[in-house]
Design a protein around this ligand. Sequence first.
Ligand code: NAD
Ligand code: TYD
Length: 341
Amino acid sequence: MSTTWLVTGGAGFIGSNFVRLALEESRADKVVVLDALTYAGNLENLLPYLEGDKRLVFVRGDIAKAPDVEAVFAEHAPTQVFHFAAESHVDRSIDDPAPFVYTNVLGTQVLLNAARRHATKRFVMVSTDEVYGALALGTTDRFHEKLPYNPSSPYAASKASADLLAKAMFHTYGMDVVITNCSNNYGPYQFPEKLIPLMIMNAFAGESLPVYGDGLYVRDWIHVEDHCRGVMAVAERGRAGETYCIGTENEQPNIAIVRKILELTGRDESLIRYVKDRPGHDRRYSIDPTKVKAETGWSPQIAWEEGIRSTVEWYRSNAQWLQRIKSGEFRSYYDKMYAGR
Ligand code: NAD
Ligand code: TYD
């Protein structure tokens, strides 16, 4: 039976890494990307497959607009949905929660409805560990699947709402839904507003590295490829209606990451600038990945030292990719590819 994967948000950071992996490893016969190309969507992330691989179809559309979503389901009849599309940056959600409710909550509900109507075999809801709230420093507490949701930021609250809608579709209609809650990702093609690519970009340019508050906030970092493989493992072997926390047991304080990036880029610590803290800043995240490992056989392959080194190298070798984001030129790619169609 032929397989068609619908990947929402496939022009973003994690979605595009997922699509690349799926095509490289021939995981599906066809991959359809549905993406609105917001400020964070970059079609250049999908090169060269977009131009040379007929298995990849790109559709520009808004997941919160039912006609956009219906058209994709009607034409491509996806066998599985991998739902990555989201507003994803906590700082932006603090400035204005509205787009987060629109895309993350309403958009998820529109997609779930379409998947149900079209009897899609499995819906994979890609979510975040931030739904669980914050952990204290100096404890061994970790997030796991049985913890109640306790989100702090508007971003986390919108993702928690989306997860609950997905769970409700399982309980109410028996839809086959699985949910992944993953920790902070890093790796190639991450939009340079998030900690790691921002610091790498600024260090290359000799510009200051803004560290929020005391810099002792802790995140549990996973390489994006390990996350993508985790999502695939859950899609293949996860149980319907279940949640899987994905992480690599790699807690790092922000300041340690910033120092590592300075070391890898050959810059000194005079670039560090402590700046005003983020309001409501979650102190620590940490994932217990026991369940996903036991039930799906997934385990991470990329150790932190190697992952951060290769990530800095990737941004060094792809300076043009960064430059085209800085200048806004990356936006013209869509017009060049799709003008007149
Ligand atoms: P991103 O911001 O890089 O990409 C999001 C993509 O979604 C973009 O291509 C954007 O154009 C698209 N999009 C936004 N609104 C849309 C809409 N209304 N309709 C269609 N497309 C739309 O995000 P990311 O970092 O790749 O995150 C992907 C998913 O993974 C998100 O659901 C996020 O919550 C989750 N997640 C991210 C992390 C992380 O560390 N980045 C960790 C865990 C989970
Ligand atoms: P971020 O990459 O925005 O991810 P999230 O908020 O979803 O965890 O931030 C990661 C951590 O880095 C978080 O503790 C906030 C901090 N941070 C800074 O100190 N400076 C920055 O410029 C940014 C973007 C983040």
